[in-house]
Design a protein around this ligand. Sequence first.
Ligand code: FAD
Length: 485
Amino acid sequence: MPARTGAEYLQRLKERKPEIWLGGERIRDVTSHPALSRGARSIAHLYDMQHDPALRDEMTYISPTSGERVGLSFITPRSLEDLQRRSRMMLHWARYSGGMLGRSPDYLNVSIMASAAAADFYAQNDPRFADNVRNYYTYIRENDLCLTHTLVNPQANRALTASGHPSAEIAARIVKETDKGIIIRGARILATLGPLSDELAVFPSTVLRAAADTAPFAFAFAIPCDTPGLKFICRESFDYERSHFDHPLGSRFEEMDAVVIFNDVLVPWERVFLKADPFLCNAAYAITNAVVHMMHQVVVKNVAKAEFLLGVACLVVDSIGATEFPHVHEKIAECIVNLELMKACLRAGEADATLDRWGVMCPHRPPLDVARNVFPKMYPRMVEILQLLSSSSLMAAPPQSAFDSPIGEDIEQYFVVAKLDARERVKLFRLAWDIACSAFGGRQTLYERFFFGDPVRLASALYGIYDKEPLMDRVRQFLAREEED
Ligand SMILES: Cc1cc2nc3c(=O)[nH]c(=O)nc-3n(C[C@H](O)[C@H](O)[C@H](O)COP(=O)(O)OP(=O)(O)OC[C@H]3O[C@@H](n4cnc5c(N)ncnc54)[C@H](O)[C@@H]3O)c2cc1C
């Protein structure tokens, strides 16, 4: 099957009936439910972009197995050109939402691609698992499926997890093996896009102590979201059924986060990629380089998001005539620096890419690691800058209905600003509000802080893998030279 259209994506969501709960309600059709349908339509738009005649060649490539045009984020990059093509494709998707759809399907497509290319890694656990991961990659590429994933055990007791032991009664674990597969019971956080996805990838978080009692918690697999026993428990939706004017982001880009419950879920053997090997589980993301390919997608998203916030900030100060103040320049310049740093990290990651041991052109990791460590600080700061530059205009932004009410004339008269009439001004500042003040905006900030892991431990990981020895040697040589002088 070639790259899907939006209609095909929505049709499949409609036909499948995963168990999705929002509050006390079971959602039977996400494509028509007001809490999720507009988010689904935005993802559908991404799929439609693959068929836009102006974009088709940049969004798709020829499948090596079927000869059909399939989504370019599935490509196994063998050259720098492949990597840059993938990057351009991902930027098209990221720019559509100003980076607000963090979980566009490319995020996991690149991860499964890397896992499949490194299938021999999975064979160390069981030779069948290598074929499983290869077949799975081909399956999702040829059917253009949309994935969510869940990696982290719930926050039941972090004192336990700090010592590498998940909470035994809560964390998802293998409770049984049968001739059909493994049975999983327990919970995992926090599958973003879960209710809008076709498949759930359950991959290892990287913090298990390699000991016999952690083996049941060590696994990787992927299953359809409508697998019996699987439940998605959603947070409150931030699509409040308001107009695009009122909630320009929440009304479009609700990608939803859900806790996943496994109620004795059968994972068939052909979908198991790793089992009962904490050592391999801990190493999987790094050794397969899946994490580097995911970082590549994330930095592209960061570029689009930094562009978007900078654009909004510039329009804000322009609209109220605040472009001449030096402290405004300083704040806008900070956003420019953030954007250019993200672009530089992306470019450096691509320019220094090399073929890895799996024959995949892999971006150079350090610049991407820098980006993923620094963006969780940059993004909240850019949101703060938007608040500082916008000030009361974030509140002097009545809903659209006010314009067509008895107070409409007052608003038209008193809400004008230097460069915009009242309606244009309110529209712009409602966008700034949806980034900097609304529940949708608050979730975006939390997302940027945490979605790729706890920033404290991301920094520890960078400390751990960064090659510090040559630098220490250079200083040692300097110290020795000083003694000679
Ligand atoms: C909006 C959003 C979307 C997300 N989407 C997904 C998704 O799609 N898939 C997915 O798998 N995950 C997702 N996550 C989860 C994300 O991976 C986790 O939030 C992140 O790994 C941190 O884990 P935690 O939330 O359990 O916090 P914790 O790890 O419990 O951290 C909470 C606090 O305790 C401290 N702490 C806890 N343990 C330690 C320790 N051992 N050492 C030092 N400090 C410690 C932390 O520094 C932090 O300050 C998402 C998170 C958010 C907020």
